[in-house]
Design a protein around this ligand. Structure first.
Ligand SMILES: C[S@@+](CC[C@H](N)C(=O)[O-])C[C@H]1O[C@@H](n2cnc3c(N)ncnc32)[C@H](O)[C@@H]1O
Length: 228
């Protein structure tokens, strides 16, 4: 079974989708352009999952569609989906179970505001972190948690990849992103597009440097962060 759901619904859902695959239309549109960027930054020495395989930790997996699309292209990478909303675990598991390369682990409960040590991660142990569309659709504390955990739990020189719309030097462009930001803030005053300058400062406080900015369709960006 599958259920099409607006991406913006996921954070408020009280429904549980047991074993049912959710389809966010936005994720269907953006997963391929994001994959093309990941292919430039993700690598693995092997084509199979082994004990030492690189760990790719996704924060806020939502439906689970992104990892389902990425994982078959990186069969030597272990993909760990996580979510704060356990109602989404059924959909994430559905995609993990149907992944032909079997390199997506079962979803873990992770609230990004908590230290990763709460979930059994060791410092300097994670090879990649990936987060799409959470920074602007959650309170700023979640963004702070994302950078604090990245700075502590990523290996040295490891990458964090973030995807979404951002403002730059205090300016949001184009009008559709201004309208989107206003609609988010009307829904919850603690949400809204974050400024890249503020994120760079937050990164500096947490040993994370912005090393690349990639323009994406629909006025989104991918930001590539490297742990110093
Ligand atoms: C708009 S959805 C994005 C889902 C998916 N990454 C995508 O791009 O399709 C935002 C997600 O952020 C998650 N989220 C909100 N607060 C969070 C927190 N404190 N820790 C982890 N995830 C959180 C929500 O549960 C929701 O699934």
């Amino acid at each position: 079974m599958s259920k099409v759901q607006d991406i913006a619904c996921s954070y408020q859902s009280n429904e549980s989708y047991k074993g049912e695959k959710l389809i966010y239309p936005a994720a269907n549109r953006n997963k391929e352009p994001i994959l093309q960027v990941l292919k430039r930054f993700i690598s693995s020495d092997t084509d199979n999952i082994e004990e030492e395989s690189p760990l790719f930790l996704e924060i806020a997996s939502g439906s689970g569609q992104h990892l389902a699309h990425f994982a078959p292209w990186f069969p030597g990478v272990k993909f760990q989906p996580t979510e704060v909303d356990e109602n989404l675990f059924g959909s994430i598991s559905y995609y993990a179970n149907h992944c032909p390369t079997k390199n997506i682990l079962q979803p873990m409960l992770v609230d990004i505001c908590n230290k990763f040590s709460c979930y059994g991660f060791n410092e300097n142990s994670i090879d990649y972190m990936y987060n799409a569309n959470m920074i602007h659709i959650s309170p700023y504390e979640c963004t702070v948690g994302l950078f604090e955990n990245a700075g502590t739990y990523l290996k040295n020189d490891a990458l964090m990849i973030t995807y979404g719309p951002y403002s730059k030097d205090g300016v949001i462009t184009p009008q559709s992103n201004i309208d989107f930001d206003a609609s988010l803030r009307a829904r919850d005053p603690s949400w809204g597009l974050r400024d890249i300058s503020a994120l760079i400062k937050l990164g500096e406080e947490n040993s994370m440097s912005l090393i690349d900015t990639i323009e994406m369709p629909s006025n989104n960006k991918i930001l590539i962060w490297k742990k110093n």
